[in-house]
Design a protein around this ligand. Structure first.
Ligand SMILES: Nc1ncnc2c1ncn2[C@@H]1O[C@H](COP(=O)(O)OP(=O)(O)OP(=O)(O)O)[C@@H](O)[C@H]1O
Length: 245
């Protein structure tokens, strides 16, 4: 077995996975460096979600290896994988997945409450991120009273409140209008950079991918290129990208 490189927080080798016979991944290898924002790009059905599910331990690939900081996820039992996901990872889905019975701040604080953090400390952390996402005024409202864009900001707040090592964001702005999309992504990427959080961002949108440090492209479940993006010129994001396949 080959040891994963030291500077990769996540390292996957030769991942193969099919969904009931329909091919999802056909031998993808990828390393995610500590603290980087990595975009996984590709058209619909290219395997982005399947790859993120494998890297985050939600899915065990039928073949291949996934390592998180030298810990093998592919041989780990479901309970340990679930614990690792709860303690180290956060997930942002294309559509906000909030608990309807809980208020905004309770939804944002949920990962900390599940870890046993005190009510007071969890609320404080949640409110700080809700403030940064400009939705602190909605802290006591329930999801049904919020707009879609506000609900997705709560999802982002929840991911950041957990102080994860890695955030997996699967098309996090797919359901948003352009202005909401830009603001949400800027907040997410700026917060991740300032808190040394690694982000794996699945997107088919080149403007979204341009906010990343690096992009890997998938096509039909296979990796087709790596795109290295130029250094960030400001704290708000990137304006251009260049190809180095
Ligand atoms: N649960 C499933 N059951 C059957 N086939 C699936 C399932 N999930 C994914 N697939 C198939 O696996 C392939 C890869 O899908 P995946 O969702 O990973 O791609 P994607 O790039 O994320 O696409 P999208 O942008 O549409 O979300 C597609 O052909 C898809 O139809």
């Amino acid at each position: 077995m080959v040891a994963p490189p030291d500077n990769d927080v996540i390292w996957a080798r030769s991942l193969h996975h099919s969904h009931n016979g329909s091919p999802g991944l056909g031998g993808v290898s990828v390393g995610v460096r500590d603290g980087e924002i990595l975009a996984v790009t590709g058209p619909r059905g290219s395997g982005k979600t399947t790859l993120l599910h494998c890297l985050s331990g939600q899915l065990v690939p039928q073949q291949g290896e996934v390592w998180y900081n030298s810990v093998p996820l592919h041989t780990m039992g479901p309970r340990l994988r679930e614990q690792l996901r709860r303690d180290r990872f956060a997930w942002i889905a294309p559509e906000p997945q909030l608990v309807p019975e809980l208020t905004t701040w309770e939804n944002a604080a949920l990962p900390l409450l599940l870890r046993g953090t005190s009510h007071r400390a969890a609320k404080k952390a949640a409110l700080e991120w809700l403030e940064r996402l400009d939705i602190a005024a909605l802290a006591k409202k329930r999801p049904h009273a919020l707009l879609q864009a506000q609900r997705q900001r709560v999802s982002v707040a929840r991911a950041l409140t957990a102080s994860p090592s890695v955030i997996f964001a699967d098309e996090p702005t797919a359901a948003l209008h352009r202005a909401d999309r830009t603001q949400l992504l800027r907040t997410l990427t700026t917060a991740a950079r300032s808190h040394d959080i690694t982000v794996v961002l699945a997107t088919h949108d080149v403007e979204v991918a341009a906010l990343a440090d690096r992009a890997v492209a998938l096509l039909d479940g296979r990796r087709v290129s790596t795109v290295t993006l130029p250094a960030v010129s400001d704290t708000e994001g990137r304006s251009a990208c260049s190809l180095s396949v």
